[in-house]
Write a protein that binds this ligand. Sequence first.
Ligand SMILES: Cc1cc2nc3c(=O)[nH]c(=O)nc-3n(C[C@H](O)[C@H](O)[C@H](O)COP(=O)(O)O)c2cc1C
Length: 348
Amino acid sequence: MQTELDRALPSTIVANQPITALAPMQDVTTLPFMSVVSEIGSPDYFFTEYCRVHIQSRLEKHILESITENRTGRPVFAQMIGEDIDHLKRTTLELLNHNVAGIDLNMGCPAPTVYKKNCGGGLLRDPAKVDRIFGVLRECISGLFTVKMRIGFEDTENYERILALVNKHEIDLLSVHGRTVKEMYRSQVRYSEIKAAVDAVHCPVLANGDVSSARRTREILDYTGAAGVMIGRHAIRNPWIFKQIRSFESTGSVSPIPLEDVFHYIRSLYDALRRPWINEKAQVNKMKKFLNFIGQGVDPEGQFIYEARRAQSENALFDICSRYMLSVANRYFADEPYAGVVARLNCE
Ligand SMILES: Cc1cc2nc3c(=O)[nH]c(=O)nc-3n(C[C@H](O)[C@H](O)[C@H](O)COP(=O)(O)O)c2cc1C
């Protein structure tokens, strides 16, 4: 028998504040990254990167660890991506043996290799299939069943129908990335469509897409009426963002981040991601994905990113970091990315 308690969302860190969530990001929201973020200031909720589901799939060890070894003290939702109903059910039951806050279904991934198999964002083309998947999963999840979706595949033709399915199957939390699958990552986010979801569904909605600062969060929440925000790339750049949102919500201001703290963030991340079997050059290269985003707040010319991308060793990398972040007195990290300093994107 399902109890009310099973279906209540976990409480936020500060009572009565909007929910904040770290968006699921493949190869980013791993256990080490979540740990580093939590040392700086956790979001209310974490989501794992997606667990691929197909006939031969098995839960990947490193994704499972981000749940079972998670010491952040915050709830972790496990995300799945797939279209095979039996195997989605099998994976759900496996995940439910672990300490997950809930099961999240990915209906947004825009990678062609994914959507061509009707997974991720590809599902948005087939509401009848979504109806069946939601039905089967809802039946086997007595706790929280959450969905992360985009506003459509090529257009928003199916949006209303899918939002109605969210209600029909009593989804507990809906995260909406305000772009279509075809719009990928860079077009203007359509907050009006997120607002439409808030108006249509009975569950809380997290607004996702270009939520870049605490101030911007408040504007987006005021406009959409969403229950909270889900933040991806801007949390890589600025992991203080969750703490800043809490502070802005209670005091109306945020403290600026000294560049020195950014240096320590990079150091912690480097150490957390270090693996004995990965050689130094590969380790430095692994950092570049993160530095691409972090660098957007370091200098207005994008010189830091330019230099960091060329670093070949740990020493070279941290020399560059210390030149930009430690030998400059009274310099602060930018609250919003500097205009024109663009991070190169990884795929979803
Ligand atoms: C590197 C990267 C990996 C991602 N991996 C996932 C994923 O595994 N599951 C998912 O639902 N979305 C994934 N996304 C999409 C994000 O969760 C988010 O919806 C998108 O980046 C927009 O939010 P943002 O502007 O806050 O980054 C990924 C995005 C990036 C940049």
